[in-house]
Design a protein around this ligand. Structure first.
Ligand code: ADP
Length: 515
């Protein structure tokens, strides 16, 4: 008998991934299509919305073919997408701009002005930290610097809205993507009047907000044919990639904390009502109407390990590659010979500015405590430790926001390293569970879709599906060593913030001289 599968589509910043799952969580097919990220000016990070839509279609065909060959029947389609993108559309439904991604930095000045003004008030109502990533600050930039586009824009939408518009000719946005715009009132589940007033954009210029389980069907004949899907197949709009990743690793119950470190990193947990932080450190985004994900992203996760590999150990990288080994494994072996605490060396991993908990784009990397006795061996270990100290400062912010952690589920590229996972357990002083996860945002989107379609009974049922790959217990002697350094890390990180800004100005002058 043929089995029903759900097609999950994750529209990311570097690629769109499409996976097909059955309700036991088995993957039936998988495809990925990459697309470019454009930098037309320094600090701008845009994509072409139409390139993304075409990539989606190209990735869908082989997935449907594989499902068909294995005897599966697509029963529904669900979506995940990157947060914070912004596209201006004209009256005829053509994009006037690229899709500005979360990484776009053009609104740095507007962000600073807003932080010094009513930014915090807006954050408390919208749950989106005041940062150049947010569509709110991007709109302020357009209003000030690109009057022409600002006046011609009939709609301001995200990349997921663009895809839905192309498929169904309707402008709708799920509560999750909307809650990451900085324009959406968490309590009212509607656009925030004061935020709109500030940007000069009207409600009519934004899409209609709908729940993340909102179902749409009725593809027009042309789209149905091109996609290779039946016209009446149900599409569930879904949520953002971050909140769906929590669902995808089974971190869905109160106190279950997802810790993810890939290129960047994040700590997230699900709460039952919107929650914000008087100190503005954490975000709050919707998963469903009664499940919200609070947490904090860090910019500098695995990217710092990559930097250290390339800049401190080019020789080891070369040797490992020639021998067919992963250079990261060789570096972890070197780091494992150094004692916890790196013989009194601390690394502040802010190589690309930092988001949570300080939300300061000007933060810089620091090695603190260097002596003649230290070599690059201690430096590499302190890089791994510094990322984890930084993750821990976000855990502290969550605890201060009222979260009582009961379990930590870790995933992302970092989890390939046994040493790095142990450092997490030792610094967090708790057991760390690493789930068997693969494309967790897609899995979350698929599960939400199955839940909506009645294929599975409970959203939290996903926990039973996600198996444990490995667990780590904290080692007391290691935690004791880290506890000596923790207060110093936290205090220095806080105290250095204004000096980072002075250094950022100096670095900008160097950059201008070189230009
Ligand atoms: P992305 O976030 O871009 O999807 P990944 O989740 O694959 O990427 O994470 C990439 C990061 O994972 C790398 O920058 C590196 O720091 C880390 N990483 C990859 N392989 C290993 C490994 N074997 N040991 C430790 N860290 C690793």
């Amino acid at each position: 008998m043929s089995e029903q599968v759900v097609i999950a589509i994750d529209i990311g910043t570097t690629s769109t991934k499409i996976l097909a799952y059955d309700k036991a969580g088995n993957t039936w097919a998988e495809e990925e299509q990459e697309y470019p990220l454009y930098t037309p000016h320094p600090g701008w990070k845009e994509q072409d919305p139409e390139e993304i839509f075409q990539a989606l279609k190209a990735a869908l065909r082989p997935v449907l073919k594989a499902v068909d060959e294995k005897g599966g029947i697509p029963g529904g389609v669900g979506f995940s997408a990157a947060m914070h993108s912004l596209i201006a559309m004209d009256e005829s439904g053509n994009p006037l701009t690229g899709s500005l991604t979360w990484a776009d930095q053009r609104s740095v000045e507007e962000t600073e002005e807003l932080k010094n003004g009513e930014g915090h008030e807006i954050y408390l109502r919208t749950g989106t930290p005041i940062h150049p990533m947010s569509p709110l600050t991007k709109l302020l930039w357009f209003r000030k610097h690109d009057q022409d586009t600002f006046e011609r824009a009939s709609k301001w939408i995200s990349i997921k809205e663009y895809v839905f518009y192309r498929l169904f000719d309707r402008y709708i946005v799920d509560y999750s993507i909307a809650s990451a715009t900085g324009l959406f009132n968490l309590e009212q589940l509607d656009w925030d009047e004061k935020a709109l007033e500030l940007t000069g954009v009207s409600k009519e210029q934004l899409s209609d907000p709908v729940p993340t389980t909102h179902l749409v069907s009725g593809l027009n004949a042309e789209n149905a044919k091109e996609l290779g899907l039946p016209a009446d197949i149900p599409f569930v709009i879904g949520a953002s990639d971050g909140v769906l990743a929590n669902l995808g690793v089974g971190a869905i119950d109160p106190g279950s904390v997802a810790c993810s470190i890939g290129t960047s990193g994040a700590i997230r947990t699900v709460v039952s009502k919107p929650s914000v932080d008087p100190k503005g450190r954490i975000f709050c985004y919707a998963l469903t109407e009664d499940q919200w994900v609070i947490g904090g992203p860090i910019n500098n996760g695995g990217i710092t390990f990559r930097w250290a590999r390339d800049n401190l150990f080019p020789d080891i990288k070369q040797q490992a590659k020639q021998a067919g080994r992963d250079p990261y494994d060789d570096l972890a072996a070197i780091a494992s010979k150094v004692k916890p605490g790196s013989d009194g060396l601390l690394f502040f991993p802010y190589l690309t500015g930092e988001r949570a908990p300080y939300w300061n784009a000007d933060t810089k990397g620091v090695f603190f405590g260097l002596t003649l006795d230290h070599s690059r061996d201690q430096m590499i270990r302190s890089v791994l430790e510094g990322v984890m100290f930084q993750m821990y400062t976000v855990v502290i912010a969550l605890i201060e926001a009222g979260v009582e952690p009961v379990e930590f589920r870790a995933n992302g590229g970092f989890a390939r390293s046994e040493l790095w996972r142990q450092i997490m357990a030792d610094i967090f002083e708790t057991e760390i569970m690493v789930p068997e996860s693969h494309q967790s945002s897609c899995m979350g989107a698929a599960w939400l879709t199955m839940y909506k379609l009645g294929m599975v009974e409970r959203l939290s049922g996903i926990k039973e599906l996600v198996k444990t790959k490995v667990k780590h217990e904290p080692v007391k002697a290691n935690s004791d060593a880290y506890n000596k350094l923790k207060p110093l890390f936290i205090r220095l990180a806080r105290d250095l913030q204004s000096d980072f800004e002075v250094m950022a100005d100096i670095q900008r002058q160097y950059a201008e001289e070189q230009a």
